[in-house]
Design a protein around this ligand. Structure first.
Ligand SMILES: C[S@@+](CC[C@H](N)C(=O)[O-])C[C@H]1O[C@@H](n2cnc3c(N)ncnc32)[C@H](O)[C@@H]1O
Length: 230
């Protein structure tokens, strides 16, 4: 992956969460991922921490987080976010920041109670192979959880269209997998799959989105996969 891929979008990245669509999407994805992630101990590795959207949650949950990202600009923003959080909540544990490409440091990792990654493996080549190696870095009972934009969904169509309109979009470098493809990956344990984002990106209001989300019809736009070490 181009190391600077997310650097130019870092400054605007969080503005997505201020939009009605971004906010309601975040709400349903976050609810699913956070309800599925249960590490049996404190040590957690976060891959592709970005601007710290989930790092904040992990820290507030009391985990000792090692946060990795290939983009220095994204990580700078995450560091600022966590520094602000730690000022108001001094009891939170410090984050260990690691500016690196996950594919280049697999042999330097320790073992973790949980490995967590949201919307990052779309940008990692050969995700199945990388996840297999990550699974070896879990402690017994630990879990590896990833959240991914799902292929063959209204959302993958939306990002494909975005790339057609703007060929230098970060999504030009994304590979989107279906729920079936992700379930078939041989990671070391059976996958537990969660699905959400049953509303399309052209929805008019958050209220309408949440009504469709309850109905759970059609292909999900977002998949969370979890593998637990026996
Ligand atoms: C779409 S952002 C998601 C950020 C954050 N997890 C979130 O949910 O807001 C994807 C992040 O993954 C990072 N990333 C992509 N490929 C990576 C790799 N090979 N190693 C480490 N980080 C990577 C990008 O730099 C970017 O910050």
């Amino acid at each position: 992956m181009n190391k600077a891929l997310f650097d130019p979008v870092a400054a605007h990245y969080d503005s997505w969460y201020d939009t009605e669509l971004g906010s309601v999407s975040d709400q349903v994805e976050r609810h699913l991922a956070q309800s599925m992630f249960k590490a049996p101990g404190p040590k957690v590795l976060e891959i592709g921490c970005g601007t710290g959207q989930y790092t904040s949650w992990l820290v507030q949950e009391g985990y000792e987080v090692t946060a990795i990202d290939i983009s220095g600009e994204m990580m700078d923003l995450a560091q600022k976010k966590i520094a602000a959080l730690q000022e108001t909540t001094p009891q939170t544990k410090p984050v260990h920041w690691w500016h690196a490409d996950i594919t280049e440091i697999l042999d330097q990792l320790e073992t973790y109670d949980g490995i967590f990654s949201m919307t990052a493996f779309e940008f990692v080549p050969e995700p199945e192979k990388v996840l297999q190696k990550l699974f070896n870095h879990l402690k017994p009972g630990g879990c590896l959880l990833i959240g991914l934009i799902a292929g063959e969904s209204a959302w993958s169509d939306y990002y494909e269209e975005a790339v057609r309109r703007k060929p230098d979009s970060v999504f030009a470098r994304a590979a989107l997998y279906t729920k079936e493809e992700i379930s078939s990956w041989q990671i070391g344990a059976p996958a537990e799959i969660g699905e959400c984002l049953f509303f399309p990106p052209n929805i008019q209001t958050a209220a309408e989105a949440l009504l469709l989300e309850k109905k759970r019809e059609g292909n999900p736009g977002f998949v969370v996969a979890k593998w637990t070490k026996g």
